[in-house]
Design a protein around this ligand. Structure first.
Ligand SMILES: Cc1cc2nc3c(=O)[nH]c(=O)nc-3n(C[C@H](O)[C@H](O)[C@H](O)COP(=O)(O)OP(=O)(O)OC[C@H]3O[C@@H](n4cnc5c(N)ncnc54)[C@H](O)[C@@H]3O)c2cc1C
Length: 380
């Protein structure tokens, strides 16, 4: 995986692929498509199949504070290690080489999990070293974006030995991945630059937690989540994320998200609070792990009414409802579109008014035509 363009991680081909390798990529790459089967689980149109939905938080205040939301995801990882369910965790943390970038880390200790807690709104590639993990001999919990979780689950379906190496898959709701240009813009808005910044947190250390840069002279600059995500980062999402049918981690065992009381635009109605994660068990195995973590007093949960999610997650809601007409616009222009099956795209699209659907359709047409004319101008 290499950084390209405005700061995206892209796979770079280093050798010719065999026909079998090419076919395998087509089978598992979520960029090309995703298949979901509810298999008897409740399957709400916007949120996909689940076994249970609760809110919760890490009972350890240090973990709760470090997490993006309630630190539930990190505490689940600590639980999995403590109980010997896995030997190590594959997850994403700040890159030592690029303060606004990410690196994949292998964690075996609670302190390492806490150090990697908090959302990093930048490209990540936690599946890049998959074949090494296969040879490692240890069992891993995997943490990744919903698309990473979908790819791993699809791989396990065709190569079950990966299921033994990765017995647990965790994910989080994902509104899309901003480029490194987005992170650089946040630094600029803070009055600093990459050269002058020794470390950077996008979130965490509070709820929602401020985007915080520590400068080389030791001083700190920060801005609110509303300003960093809302005004800057969300404007630097890649195209593929705009036609994502699964921003809510349908393929994972357990998925965490923000469970806050929000305004119309989905931003929290408070400045800072003690964090609470939404915890969705997608599989019975995930629900069992969560129940065990709660029984060991590592996580505390409370009931949650799924009907409330539509107001808390406007970004996810709007993207799901807009997907049908966005895909239609791309199809009309002859652009590639992912093959989605079981993701209820028609039903989600019908939840939008005709006016909204037309607006989203026209928006995708306009953006795609603009991209086409920019790239042909560059080629000339
Ligand atoms: C790009 C992005 C978009 C998001 N969009 C939404 C959204 O639309 N709605 C919503 O409710 N929540 C969203 N989140 C997730 C949210 O910010 C919290 O991560 C989630 O609520 C879980 O909080 P927690 O305290 O339980 O997790 P924590 O205890 O903070 O654990 C977070 C875990 O995520 C991993 N991680 C962090 N960044 C990345 C990354 N870039 N790639 C892979 N793994 C990573 C860390 O390694 C850690 O294991 C997004 C997160 C990211 C990274």
């Amino acid at each position: 995986m290499e950084t390209r363009g405005r700061g995206w991680l892209r796979p770079v081909q280093t050798a010719p692929l065999t026909e079998a390798q090419d076919r395998r990529i087509a089978e598992i790459c979520p960029g090309l498509g995703q298949t979901v089967e509810a298999a008897g689980r409740p399957d709400p149109v916007l949120w996909g199949p689940y076994v249970s939905v609760q809110t919760g938080w890490a009972t350890d205040p240090k973990v709760r504070h470090a997490g993006s939301s309630g630190g539930a995801l990190s505490m689940l990882l600590i639980h999995l290690l403590a109980e010997g369910i896995v030997d190590a965790v594959v997850q994403t943390a700040a890159s030592p080489a690029l303060s606004i970038g990410n690196t994949t880390v292998i964690s075996t200790l609670p302190d390492q999990i806490v150090a990697a807690a908090g959302s990093r709104y930048a490209p990540s590639a936690p599946l890049a070293d998959l074949s090494h993990h296969l040879e490692d001999g240890r069992r891993f919990a995997f943490v990744g974006k919903p698309c990473d979780a979908a790819a791993l689950r699809a791989l396990i379906a065709v190569e079950p030995r990966y299921g033994q190496v990765f017995p647990v898959i965790l994910s989080f709701f994902c509104a899309g991945v901003p480029s490194h240009t987005g992170g650089t813009e946040v630094l600029r808005a803070l009055g600093t630059s990459l050269d002058q910044t020794q470390s950077f947190r996008f979130r965490g250390n509070g709820w929602p937690g401020r985007a915080t840069a520590v400068l080389t002279d030791g001083s700190e600059r920060s801005m609110s989540y509303h300003d960093s995500w809302g005004r800057i980062l969300s404007r630097h999402l890649q195209h593929r994320c705009k036609v994502c049918a699964d921003g809510t981690g349908i393929a994972a065992d357990l998925v965490c998200a923000d469970a806050w009381e929000s305004d119309e635009a989905g931003y929290p109605v408070f400045e800072e609070a003690e964090g609470t994660s939404l915890i969705v068990a997608r599989t019975h195995w995930g629900a069992k792990l969560l129940a065990e973590a709660e029984a060991r007093a590592r996580i505390r949960t409370e009931p949650f009414n799924l009907d409330d999610l539509v107001a808390i997650q406007p970004g996810q809601r709007e993207r799901r409802r807009a997907l049908l007409v966005r895909l239609a616009a791309l199809w009309i222009l002859g652009r590639p579109i992912p093959r989605y099956s079981g993701l209820q795209i028609w039903r989600a699209g019908r939840q939008n008014s005709l006016r909204k659907n037309l607006r989203n359709f026209a928006g995708m047409l306009r953006r795609t035509l603009m991209r086409q004319s920019t790239s042909s101008a560059i080629k000339k």
